[in-house]
Structures are given as structure tokens and as C-alpha cells.
Design a protein around this ligand. Sequence first.
Ligand code: CS2
Length: 487
Amino acid sequence: MPRLSTATLDLATPALERLRYDREKAGIGVVHFGPGAFHRAHQAFYMDEALALGGDWAICAAALRSTDVRDALTPQDNLYILAELERTTRYRTIGAIKQTLAGAGDRPALLNRLADPATRIVTMTVTEKGYCLKGDGTLDFDHPDIVRDVAAPQNPVSLIGHLVEGLRRRFAAGTLPFTPIACDNLVDNGVKLGRAVAALAARQDAALARWIEQEVAFPCTMVDSITPATDDALRQRVAAETGLEDAWPIQRERFTQWVIEDKFCNERPDFAAIGVTLTQDVGAFDRAKLRILNGPHSTLAYLGSLIGHETVADAMGDAVLAGFLRRLIMEDILPTVKGAAGFDLNRYAEDILARFGNPGIRHLLSQIAWDGSAKLPFRLFGTVTDRLAAGAPVDRLALPVAAWMHFIRRKAQDGTKLTDPLADALLTAAGHLSSDATRDVALFLAFEQVFPPALRDNDVFRAALIRAYQLLGQGSKEQVHHALQTI
Ligand code: CS2
């Protein structure tokens, strides 16, 4: 079977939707950091739509460490197939990525791209941990990569370091800055990014830091599309349906949403024409999404994993767990969310529950369970804090947090890999767990990178965590179901 490439594209079956623009003529105007599945399902899809309207909005996709994406896509001229999974699957050719760079070897080429005046937008999906932030959202100057970039700023290793060096070269050359656009699930992502970039710049050049603060726009965004990791089943389906072999196709639900704060410091595509929402109030969108989608996602990941479910759809097929999730969303989370004007939060929540139950999507709970120490603060702790401030109960909200603790305990017991930036420390702590709920909860609450003092020292939240942890017992299916029906 021919492999997907520019030369073989015309051999594909009619099932594969072709490019709607002359890719050869499309110049690179975007650099993206973190070309994982979500980028290729979301921003690259939108840039493909932008290219169909004209303009040089092709992407140079850069991975700071892994060479996997570059090695997979280069033989395919950086083409890949996007499968939109609903009742029927739609197969689309995505050609927006025209260059893939990876690792230290490609750093000079990447820095040249960042300095190139043709680069007007820099997007990033590096996951929460990729920003090297502390629990309070500021740059962590003790992070090894940041320590390294302070010492050698013109040969950076971190995302923040690359942005600073790219902007420094533009500042020195009198070139307009690019607009850095954070596309990760952080609250106020653009604000945090801008502060981190200016803080690192200030370590080398106060004038550069001032220029960044005055001239560079860091719009906040909200991004949404459920994008399960690629598996061999998808590769086989794509080959069978399109007649072409794609080493790394991408799958996602049909639903996508991109909300960007309408502030840019350089040219941009006609985002509104390709379905992007431009607004001054991203906060209403990103808090709603983080609290009503991502918090419940993590809830399903930890409680569902303890029960033994494999996917989100499996977990939603568990009436006891699905019933708990509905109560959590409707009674504990929605009261803390203020939607944008005219935004029907109940409808939004119902749509998310329906999306979770999509039988066409095999979204692994184990994937969502990654990086809990970096995700939970954005997804659940803001809601807990608001409920405590309102004097409202937090017992149901405490259950997924306690389940995360049991999830780590089980990883330590089983000796299986825990994917988390704090994995070593969490597993070490888990080795000292005693099944005394008060002691065990205190061990986890001691992680200052995860639990802010206001929560760590809150007696109501601590008591709710202890009760939830106790109710989960040893985390058996029966005990988890009992807890779900009791709390
Ligand atoms: C998921 C998110 O893996 C996870 O943590 O909760 O990737 C989720 O699928 C996206 O935010 C949906 O837009």
C-alpha cells in the first residue's frame, strides 16, 4: 500500500478529502511548539482552513525533545490524515504543517524561524508542565531548564527560553514581534505566558523585558476538542478507507472550539472566517471549559480507573459513576461558573456529557490520568475554593481528589509507570501510606506544588478529603460504587 505523501495523494480513495489550496505556494507564517495529537487535531486543522482562504499560514512544528513526530511525518512531506469520528467518520488531508523540527540538533533552524519576519504567530501545546510554572502561576526559576536558560539564554532548552531568544533577535533587528498564543488548559494562559517570558527576559536585559511588556501581545485562549491518542486500530482504518498508509494519523470528535482573546501584535489569519471566536472575555469560556469539561474528565479518569473502566465512554456506561458525575457537574460545579452573556451553561454541560458518551471515541482514561499534579489545580481546585468561599459543601468535589491519591497508591503498589511531573516524589510518598486516612491525606496535602496553602490549611476541605479517602477504602469497584452512592 502506498505511503501518504505529496506524490501519492492522488492515489487515495474518494473517502479522503483533498487539500483545498496550493500547498506549494503556502508560506510558513506560524511556528508551533508541541506538535502532539491535540495540535494536529486542532490548531493545525484551523490553519488548514485558513490556508484554504489564502495567505501564508503554514506551520513549522517544533518538538523540543522528542523526534518521533518529525521522523514520522518527514517521509510523508509532513502530510497526515485527520479522522473526525462521529456516527460516520470523515477523513481529511491536513497539509498545514510544512516543516517539522525536533531536539537540540534542529535548534538553530528553530531559532531562525522564530526570528524570521515571516513568522507572525507562535502557538504552543506543551501541556501544563511545559511552561515551567510554580503552583502560583509564576515562572519557576528553580526548574532545571530555566536555570539552564538563565545561564545560556541564546542557546535555550525550555519553551520560555526559546520565546525569549526569538523575541530578543527580533528586538535587536527591529522586527515586529510575533504573537505568542498559549493553547494549553491553563486558566489565563496568555497572562501566565507573558509574565513568564518577561520575567526570564529581565534576567538578561531590562530593555528587552520592557519591550516585551510593551509591544508583545499574549492573548488568552480556550481550546477544545476531544482527541484520543492515535492507535494501530486507527492506522488500519485509515489505510482501509483511504488506500494510503499514514504513520501517524490523528482522530478526534467532530466538535472543535477555539476562543482567542482579540489582541495581536502582528498579522493574523481571518480567524472569525474559520470559526474561531475572537473575544475580550476568554475567561468566561476557559473557566467554563476547565471546570465543566476537564474537571469531570479527571474525575472519570481516577474514579473510573479504580473501578476498572478503560475509556471515557465505558465510564459513562457505568450508571453509578455517570449519575455521580451528573450531580457533581449540575450541583457542585455549575454554581461556580459565570458563563459569557447569553451562554446557556446547562446546555453546555449536557452537550459535554453527551460528548463523553460518544461511542465512536475510544478515549483512554489512562491518558487523561497523566500529569494529575499539574492538572488538578486548574480543573478542580478553583471550583473547590469557590464552593468553600460560598460556604457550600465540597464532599463530592473531594472524591476525585481522593481517588487521585488512591490512583497513585495503586501505581506504587503495582509498580506501574506514573506519568506525572512529580512522579518520583509522589511514588516515594505513596510508599509511606498507611491506610490511616488522616495520615495519608496529610502526606499528599504536603505537596505544595499541587495544593495551595488556602486549600492545604482548610479544615473543611481536609475533612472532606479524609472522609472521601476512607470511603474509597482499598479502591475496589464495590467500595468506589458505594462511595459514589454515599457522598
Ligand atoms: C483531557 C483533555 O487528557 C486530558 O486531560 O481532559 O485533553 C481534553 O480531552 C481536552 O481538553 C478536550 O478539549
